[in-house]
Design a protein around this ligand. Sequence first.
Ligand code: SAM
Length: 409
Amino acid sequence: MDMTRIRDRMVEHQLTRRGIGDRSVIEAMRTVPREKFVAPGFEEYAYDDAPLSIGEGQTISQPFIVALMLEKADLKAGDKVLEVGTGSGYASALMSRIARQIYSIERHERLALQARERFETLGYHNIDVRVGDGSKGWPEAAPFDAIVVSAAAPEVPSALKEQLDIGGRLIIPVGRSQEQRLKRVMRTGPAAFEEDDLGGVVFVPLIGEDAWTAAHPMYTATAPSAGTFASGPASLPNAQEKGMETTDKLPALPEGVLDHTEFQQRFWAVQRLSWIMFTLLLATCLLGLLGRGGPFSRQTLLLSDGSVDFPIISRWNAPEDMTVNFTASSEDRVFTVDAAFLQTFSVQGIDPPQKATFAREGRIGYVFPADPTGPTQIVFRLQTQLAGARRASIGLGGEVRSQSTFIFP
Ligand code: SAM
């Protein structure tokens, strides 16, 4: 397997397309071999767009969420950074490629030891790993330019805020199992902090003195079922191993962004707007074709004494022409309409005018002089009167046709 290519594809598909633009983060994600941070035998899943099990009921976070947190932490080359929740060590490894010194704290000894071994093997010498409760921070190494917390706290632990340098950034998921928000807390002065909401996320809980305790309802709250992991290797057998504390026997929560980044939301808004504009354009074209004056708005009725060009789509109170073409005839020609026609249209004028008009058997007849030399065209100037779908009949000589018309209100 060519991991470099797979890694590049992951960066392209999962990160840059979702709006991750920080060059140093992208470069680190291209460099650090994520496959070395997953359980042996699961390397092929390492670049999936999902969190994976790392044992002790914990997970290595989804690549996108890690990249998002690092981008929002705004790491600089000279920075001293604390990660709370080392887990596999992947996020700390990434940060070690960007910042000067990383302090990484993990409550599970086995995970901390494994992570330390990985850093040694990969030659990442600027990461200090410690086993302990990260909700209290790492006071001896403080202040930090950035703190990244990879597990969800009930609220922002005050110790972590205090260990931020002025100008320092703390990235932390805060909230209950299904309602976590990713927060960025920036220290702007000795006692001044600014807080931003970066979106909805789901993380495993931060367990500690200044975080959740085993007795907290977080543990009894409905966690996403193991089915959530069914398609990914998070349901691996090592997800829940022996010798764990009670809290670790619960299924691990997946980490990921639930409501989406600002970029994605803006992208979707533009996409939605484009669809609406496209639909409106399409409707306008269709109405243009079908609507009044459009090529499909008229119909020609062929009868034995001639033809009638009849308006089948119109607008209320609009002028319309109806053209009657008589074939050559040595007898007077007769055009008739019924009462429904005269309710739908009022006749404003006839050009050339009729010779006579009559009413017979519920129909009005218009008589035009004979012309044996050739066909004659008569234009009826109409005005639509009633909106909606209507039906009326017209006749040439003794032949009568019924015709529908739709008049837009
Ligand atoms: N960043 C990690 C990675 O890249 O693999 C993923 C971390 S995992 C989502 C969260 C980790 O936080 C778990 O390994 C868990 O044991 C750890 N954790 C939870 N509470 C902690 C605490 N109070 N102090 C230190 N680590 C804690």
